[in-house]
Design a protein around this ligand. Structure first.
Ligand code: TYD
Ligand code: MG
Length: 485
């Protein structure tokens, strides 16, 4: 039978075309056309076509009215089904998921290659498989390779030990089932047959739906495969963890639509050369976003780090000029982070500014405030600012720490390593209030800090720390640099 032809749909404006264009003929944006599967069956045969196309007699319509709406329900009519969350075995993952795994949810896990996505999900799958059957679809690796990894991780409970266990042939028997397969239809069939409460797809870019002509990993393949998996998962109440690769720009490959389809989007990130890994939620239908889970990659897989502040805190016995400590907040998790600054005379006509782990524009703004409001002449100086461990601290509460680290480097002075700096810096040179001050102070106290410089008028006076409120960044600098030098 001849294959019906695919259509090309613009990701930007939704325009359809029978052929591919590099530039959408309707909205003019480049590289937005994606191939889409031909519609299943003829339009006239579809359910929508039948219902919409049928002309009903006035009598029929009256009858329908009398019966009232049959498909739409009121909130009260919807069955109240409590959805207990199940622990994944990793508190850090549960925290990011909003308190555990929600049955029937779709979780997309993105991250650079080699960051540890497969390792994390294999560990989680292994933990869950003690209680329930878990299907791990290893589309990128052979069963042998996964087995090797599991041996390295020290896991390898034999799920269906044939012969020894009479339960083994029962598909409901708890255990970790591997499926090295890329064909979408086979995977869907296996999911339906085994009906595992939890399944892992590693990775969505490797799956192949043969009704499409495009190669695995192309946007249309990724989109079609995800929506087919989603429909099955919602219908059968299967929790799906889907691994997604990221592009060079850092977004999950495939159209943005992918992120709209799933319930939760997690990003696994971290410096490949450092051992810590951060799991972040950027979308969560069942919990707060911007939660952070911290893991460490060791030679036997990923380990949880329950006190991550210690990871980002340097050696406090040795004071070095240009170092300041801040308390950042990631979701509900406070993190003590060391910031380092270095300013030095420039050899260029316009000075260099480098920001690692902090926002570049934020740095420029703070340098301008230091120049104009504090009188530090930075226009002939290069400025380099970095957060320890390359942790991304994008929030304004880091401003005061950045300003003080730069000022300390300029004056070649040290900041007392037991002083935490918390506050946003306004363009007028004022120190502005930030969120979750009490939480931050509590974390600083836990790590042995003695003093905190905080925005004026924000409270925090019941803290065990010595809390010093300041109104202007100039005063904060005098206070922080004066005390230790
Ligand atoms: P992997 O889970 O394969 O990454 P991804 O699926 O995100 O591409 O992780 C591979 C990296 O982790 C690899 O560089 C080796 C390292 N690793 C360890 O350091 N210890 C271990 O126990 C394992 C299994 C991997
Ligand atoms: Mg992998």
């Amino acid at each position: 039978m001849a294959k019906s032809r695919s259509i090309f749909v613009c990701n930007g404006c939704g325009a359809e075309s029978p052929q591919y264009f590099g530039r959408c003929p309707v909205c003019g944006s480049w590289n937005t056309l994606i191939e889409q599967a031909p519609p299943v069956g003829e339009a006239g045969n579809s359910r929508v076509g039948v219902v919409a196309g049928r002309s009903r007699s006035p009598k029929e319509r009256r009858n329908q009215k009398d019966q009232g709406p049959r498909l739409a329900l009121t909130l009260a009519q919807i069955e109240d089904r409590p959805q207990p969350r199940s622990p994944s075995g990793y508190g850090e993952l549960d925290r990011v998921l909003g308190g555990g795994i929600v049955p029937g949810s779709l979780v997309l896990v993105g991250g650079d290659p080699g960051i540890g996505k497969s390792t994390l999900l294999l560990q989680v799958a292994n933990h869950l498989s003690a209680q329930i059957p878990v299907l791990y679809v290893c589309a990128e690796e052979s069963g042998q390779q996964v087995k090797l990894r599991s041996q390295r991780l020290g896991i390898g409970r034999e799920p269906a030990d044939k012969g020894a266990d009479p339960e083994a042939s029962n598909p409901q028997h708890p255990g970790l089932y591997l499926l090295p397969e890329i064909d979408l239809e086979t995977i869907l069939m296996e999911l339906e047959a085994l009906h595992p409460p939890v399944a892992v797809i590693d990775s969505i870019q490797a799956l192949y739906y043969n009704a499409l002509t495009s190669a695995p990993g192309s946007v249309s393949q990724v989109r079609e495969c995800t929506s087919a998996l989603m429909q099955l998962a919602k219908r059968e109440d299967i929790t799906l963890f889907i691994v997604g690769h990221v592009t060079k720009e850092g977004a999950i490959a495939g159209p943005k639509v992918l992120e709209h389809l799933v319930d939760t989007v997690l990003y696994f990130e971290g410096d490949r050369f450092a051992s810590h890994r951060l799991l972040r939620s950027v979308k969560n239908r069942f919990g707060a976003t911007h939660e952070l889970g911290v893991f460490e990659m060791v030679d036997r897989g990923l380990q949880e780090v329950s006190n991550p502040s210690e990871l980002f805190l340097g050696n406090r016995d040795e004071a070095v000029p240009g170092i300041a400590t801040i308390v950042a907040c990631e979701g509900t998790r406070p993190l003590v982070v060391e910031l380092q600054a270095l300013v030095s005379p420039t050899s260029y006509s316009s000075p260099r500014r480098t920001a690692t782990g902090i926002e570049y524009n934020r740095l420029l703004q703070i340098l301008a405030v230091l120049e104009k409001r504090v009188g530090i002449p930075l226009s002939k100086l290069d400025a380099y600012v970095a957060s320890s461990g390359g942790l991304n601290v994008g929030e304004p509460a880091a401003d005061l720490g950045i300003a003080i680290a730069v000022a300390a480097s300029f004056r070649d002075r040290t900041v007392d390593p037991y002083t935490a700096l918390i506050g946003e810096v306004g363009l007028g040179g004022q120190v502005r209030p930030i969120s979750q001050l009490d939480l931050r102070l509590k974390e600083a106290a836990k790590l042995g800090f003695k003093r905190a410089i905080v925005p004026k008028g924000q409270g925090g006076t019941d803290s065990v720390l010595e809390v010093v409120p300041v109104g202007r960044v100039m005063d904060a600098i005098a206070l922080a640099l004066g005390a230790a030098s």
